[in-house]
Ligand binder design. Structure first.
Ligand SMILES: Nc1ncnc2c1ncn2[C@@H]1O[C@H](COP(=O)(O)OP(=O)(O)OP(=O)(O)O)[C@@H](O)[C@H]1O
Length: 379
């Protein structure tokens, strides 16, 4: 039931074409040849990471039967967003110091030295290295994409070869890339579409053996699937709600997981998703958000718009409460537009009338109580 669990191929639902395409793109690697570099797009929870990890694992096994050695490194570019962190992590994952006699310290080397060691490790240990760069749009410096996708061409690797699978939620990511990187990184591109409610239902059914037999009310899976498919077909969201429903039933000593548990589970999933998003936000962003949530509550709901000045006033009070200096209004405006970017609030620019200019109306998207809980949970 954990989102990080990698199911077997026969438990990957509704992604037959995507799996075939990915397998074909990296097939040359299983014979020791250079695979195609691939860019995979799609909304969150559509199975991009799952399929990429599954196919690379499969390639490792197929290659082994051809006496070809493939090494796989998986980088979450949200966590390892600088070029140095990413190269260090790739080198670390592919290395086996007793065999290569190369060490990859956590820090302390220049980026170029990390690269030098990485090339040595790949040349020494593997015929092919496959690098998965998840959330590739979060990488701060595109240079790594150039280095990896042209390692053979530029003579950095002499014995081995390399393939890159870039994964992104941003459909327009490619447009932001330098032409040269674009042409080497995007040899193949695949778009993963959202799941429909039936596919989500199947995904949940295939994991229902995590529950004891007979404890799941038959309305549970359809209800979870409907909730997850409502925004967009996000399997991660569905699996989380499903797991939380089980946890809630257990916490309340229920013998079975009933449909009511799903509603609570949905709320818990939203809180945990927001908590994760909010926990990654700087402390002043949390205070701005908390101010928005209090004001929404005061107004009796999210429908009543909140002006930036109202947010700013309450934000300053919350800063006093926490004994911290407040930021200037300009920064609070920036924070509000970042929160809009993260789909936590909506913003609408309004015309105040002649001589008064524009002002911004802000509205919270999620339940204010959920936001306040998330802000407090992540403190
Ligand atoms: N077709 C599927 N069959 C079974 N489980 C799936 C399927 N697609 C996704 N899942 C499960 O849903 C969760 C999210 O999938 P995954 O991480 O691959 O999504 P993603 O598209 O990479 O999302 P993100 O962009 O947010 O990382 C994982 O637990 C994964 O195992």
């Amino acid at each position: 039931m954990q989102v990080s669990h990698l199911p077997d191929g026969d438990r990957i639902i509704g992604r037959e074409d995507e799996l075939t395409n990915l397998a074909n793109a990296i097939k040359p690697a299983t014979r020791g040849n250079t695979p195609n570099n691939v860019l995979v797009y799609g909304k969150t929870g559509t199975g991009k990471s799952l399929c990429s990890k599954f196919i690379t694992n499969q390639a490792v096994n197929q290659a082994a039967s051809n006496d070809i050695s493939i090494g796989v490194a998986y980088i979450d570019c949200l966590q390892e967003s600088t070029e140095t962190q990413a190269v260090q992590s790739i080198g670390y994952q592919l290395n086996e110091p007793t065999k290569t006699d190369v060490s990859i310290p956590h820090s302390g080397l220049s980026t170029s030295e990390y690269y030098r060691r990485l090339w040595r490790i790949v040349d020494d240990r593997y015929d092919v290295a496959l690098i998965i760069l998840d959330e590739v749009d979060k990488i701060e410096d595109d240079d790594i994409l150039m280095q990896l996708s042209r390692a053979v061409e530029s003579g950095k690797l002499t014995e081995s070869t390399i393939g890159v699978i870039g994964i992104s939620n941003k459909v327009r990511y490619k447009e932001s890339l330098d032409e040269r990187i674009k042409s080497s990184l995007c040899e193949r591109e695949y778009v993963f579409s959202p799941y429909d409610a039936n596919q989500i239902r199947e995904i949940l059914h295939s994991r229902s053996d995590a529950f004891h037999e007979g404890v799941l009310d038959e309305a549970v899976i359809p209800r979870v699937a409907a909730l997850a498919a409502r925004e967009h077909g996000d399997a991660r969201k569905a699996i989380d709600i499903f797991r939380f429903a089980g946890e809630i039933a257990e916490e309340n000593d229920h013998d079975a997981v009933a449909e009511e548990c799903v509603e609570q589970a949905h709320e818990r999933e939203e809180t945990s998703r927001l908590a994760e998003l909010i926990s990654k936000s700087p402390s002043h962003a949390k205070l701005v958000l908390e101010a928005m949530a209090f004001l929404s509550q005061q107004n009796g709901g999210n429908d009543v718009p909140i002006t930036t000045n109202e947010v700013f006033d309450l934000y300053k009070t919350l800063c006093d409460r926490d004994g911290s200096d407040h930021l200037k209004l300009r920064r609070v405006r920036d924070i509000l537009s970042e929160l809009e970017f993260l789909s936590i609030i909506n913003q609408e620019r309004k015309w105040a009338g002649k001589g008064k200019g524009n002002y911004m109306e802000n509205r919270l998207i999620d339940d204010p109580q959920v936001i306040i809980a998330a802000c407090n949970e992540s403190e």
